[in-house]
Design a protein around this ligand. Structure first.
Ligand SMILES: *Cc1c(COP(=O)(O)O)cnc(C)c1O
Length: 388
């Protein structure tokens, strides 16, 4: 039998290979960048598209003593999957699952009075005090308690602590411009953070951890490390910003390789329009390859006529528009067999493009490229075994 009948698995169409050895090595590298601090692996949004539970397990195995998520549901799912140790979540809305979070021993972020009231109420019926981390808005202008309201929030938290309803386990904040070294907001936020922490400690707060550093601050700003650093994108081996350096400059290795099998290769004459809107017209007789991934899989439509793909050792560019499920590359007369591998991005050491190349092609950041890869693309985990 020479013909392949039905695909054995969905991985024949496309796959996101997740190299857990690279992830573990990144965690160890990041710990070395912040030797005086504990490390929180931020695994929100399915670990930036890499898969929350396997990545969280690998991060813990490599020495991450904290896990961080945005939503409480994400954090509860990690606990339900058996992840031990400290898990923190910070994006709460009124009516959130406070009681479940307390009973799952999560650290919950509180940045305002409404949240403090809700968590305190939930703690009255729970079997243990809530672990509450007070979030200061030191200048990001997004979540967190503004300096003018901080004294009231600290006072109310200490009152609840004295009633045994909660413990203030952390004082924390988040940077606006840590990926732009020297930006004046960085020093201003650090000053404000120190002041807000000092105020809370003078009032009697005894936090286990004080933290403000994300990936770029972990990599470039040692004075921001405090007790804990929260690394997201760098955990996945991607530089927070190409201006800061490449992953290799920081000793990091990209974890995700996105590839697909060519669904069709065909010869077409010159002057042939390609894909919706005919935004690409073949300049002469050529071959086209059909890549079975589209914007439903997270391939940005903004990468139309721009996104790079490695096919048989050569970089090809998307020809015309990215459709929902597929796009086309001009193979310039080459005729790989159907099923030949098309690598969209990876670490780059086989000559393939990187997520950063796709970010440039689509006018976005590499965070968005990996995070948006959809659920229709199976994650294939490699190097799951601990390597010491
Ligand atoms: C997403 C996030 C992080 C991680 O940011 P990276 O730049 O990916 O390291 C850290 N802290 C908070 C509050 C976040 O929301």
């Amino acid at each position: 039998m020479s013909e392949r009948t039905a695909p054995r698995t969905a991985t024949l169409r496309a796959r996101a290979e997740i190299d857990l050895a690279a992830l573990r090595a990144n965690v160890r590298t990041l710990r070395a960048h912040a030797p005086g601090a504990a490390l929180m692996a931020v695994v929100k949004s399915e670990a930036y598209g890499h898969g929350a539970v396997p990545c969280a397990r690998a991060a813990v195995a490599a020495g991450a003593s904290w896990l961080g998520t945005a939503t409480p549901e994400e954090a509860l799912a990690l606990r339900a999957a058996g992840l031990p140790g400290r898990i923190m979540c910070w994006l709460w809305t009124p009516g959130g699952p406070w009681r479940e979070a307390i009973e799952a021993d999560l650290d919950v972020s509180v940045g305002g009075m409404w949240a403090l009231e809700e968590v305190t109420r939930a703690a009255r019926g729970a079997d243990r005090p809530a672990r509450v981390q007070l979030k200061a808005d030191t200048g990001l202008g997004r979540g967190g308690c503004p300096p003018g309201d901080w004294a009231d929030l600290v006072r109310a938290a200490l009152r609840a602590e004295s009633e045994g309803l909660l413990r203030v386990t952390g004082l924390w904040s988040h940077f606006a411009c840590a990926d732009e070294p020297g930006h004046p907001s960085i020093a201003a936020q650090l000053d404000r953070f120190r002041e807000m922490v000092a105020h809370a400690e003078r009032q009697g707060v005894r936090p286990e951890v004080r933290h403000i550093a994300n990936s770029p601050a972990t990599l470039t700003l040692p004075e921001s490390h405090f007790d804990l650093v929260r690394t997201g994108i760098a955990t996945y081996g991607i530089s927070p910003s190409p201006e800061l350096g490449t992953p290799a400059d920081f000793g990091l290795r990209p974890v995700m390789t996105l590839s697909a099998s060519l669904a069709l290769v065909k010869q077409v004459p010159g002057g042939h329009g390609v894909s919706y809107g005919h935004r690409y017209v073949t300049p002469g007789e050529t071959t086209l390859g059909l890549v079975p991934l589209g914007y439903a899989d997270g391939i940005p439509r903004h990468a139309s006529s721009a996104g790079p793909v490695l096919v048989e050792g050569k970089w090809r560019t998307i020809a015309g528009r990215v459709a929902m499920d597929q796009f086309v590359v001009d193979l310039g007369g080459d005729a790989p067999a159907p099923g030949a591998e098309a690598v969209l991005f990876g670490p780059g050491d086989r000559g393939e493009p990187t997520a950063e190349d796709w970010a440039q092609a689509a006018g976005t950041i590499a965070y968005e490229i990996v995070t948006r890869i959809g659920t229709r693309v199976p994650r294939v985990y490699v190097n799951e075994e601990q390597d010491g």
